[in-house]
Write a protein that binds this ligand. Structure first.
Ligand code: HEM
Length: 238
């Protein structure tokens, strides 16, 4: 007798193994029903936020594991996971565009039912901010083990390919967080305005300033030093 492959074999609720494994019953019950909505755009709003939380959860998990790998000198493995983490950030940045499909006036209806809800309490973003410093520490320790100073790593990148690629993954990740912040700021400016305060009282201008924040400032500063060094070397040759 051949096995009936359409029958579920996994435990849990749901008619099929697809629904049981992915727990779609619970997942799809996490959004307000039409009867609970004050505006039908709540589904759009909840979908963008909830899916962003999932991508941020994955991003933080990958950064955390990458940190462990850097500590164990598996730089290739760390680079592979950091590529994923950066892609998570790109995906949530792209999906911010969906919020611009809401009318600013109709969004005011949605806003009234958010209570004191604020993105500062986003578990995904909090997680991201928690794991980022650890990665920076692990990178600096790896740099220390190589005996190189950061500028030298960039000047002699071809001799230290893995460490150089790792440095570039860190700055890529840092940049993607800033790009998300910039895009988020523009979306807010377009939906509620740039000169108002948020549901937790934060002026939107403050978010504009956060775009300048960086987890790994030394990786940005080294560019300045490289430009300076190149100018000095050219002048010395004259
Ligand atoms: C129409 C859409 C949105 C509006 C109007 C909005 C508005 C705001 C405002 C005003 C703040 C400042 C804090 C406060 O509320 O007082 C904030 C912060 C924040 N929001 Fe949003 N937001 C939107 C969409 C999103 C989405 C889709 C996410 C995805 C996770 C998100 C995540 C965050 C985060 C993480 C912060 C803290 C920012 C930081 O640390 O740089 N927001 N948002």
């Amino acid at each position: 007798m051949s096995e009936d492959l359409s029958r579920p074999v996994l435990s849990g609720s749901g008619a099929s193994d697809y629904e049981r494994y992915l727990r779609t019953d619970e997942l799809l019950a996490l959004q307000k029903t039409p009867a609970e909505q004050v505006h039908r755009d709540e589904l759009l709003f909840q979908t963008v936020h909830q899916s962003s939380e999932l991508w941020l959860k994955l991003a933080a998990a990958e950064v955390e594991e990458a940190t462990r790998l850097v500590d164990g000198d598996d730089l290739g493995g760390a680079i592979r996971l950091l590529r994923r983490a950066s892609l998570c950030l790109r995906l949530i940045t792209d999906q911010l565009e969906m919020l611009e499909h809401m009318s600013p006036w109709e969004y005011q209806e949605v806003r009234k039912v958010l209570g004191h809800g604020s993105g500062f309490d986003s578990p995904g973003f909090v997680g991201l901010r928690e794991v980022a410093p650890g990665l920076g520490r692990a990178f600096r320790a790896a740099l220390g083990r190589s005996g190189l100073e950061l500028t030298e790593l960039y000047v002699r990148a071809r001799e230290h390919e893995d460490l150089y690629q790792l440095a570039e993954m860190l700055i890529e990740w840092d940049e993607r967080v800033s790009v998300w912040r910039y895009r988020h700021y523009k979306v807010i400016s377009r939906v509620i305005g740039a000169h108002v305060v948020g549901t937790q009282g934060t002026p939107v201008e403050v978010l504009g300033k956060l775009i300048q924040q960086s987890f790994y400032p030394e990786l940005w500063e080294v560019r300045d030093r490289l430009t300076q060094r190149s100018i000095e070397e050219a002048e010395a040759r004259l």
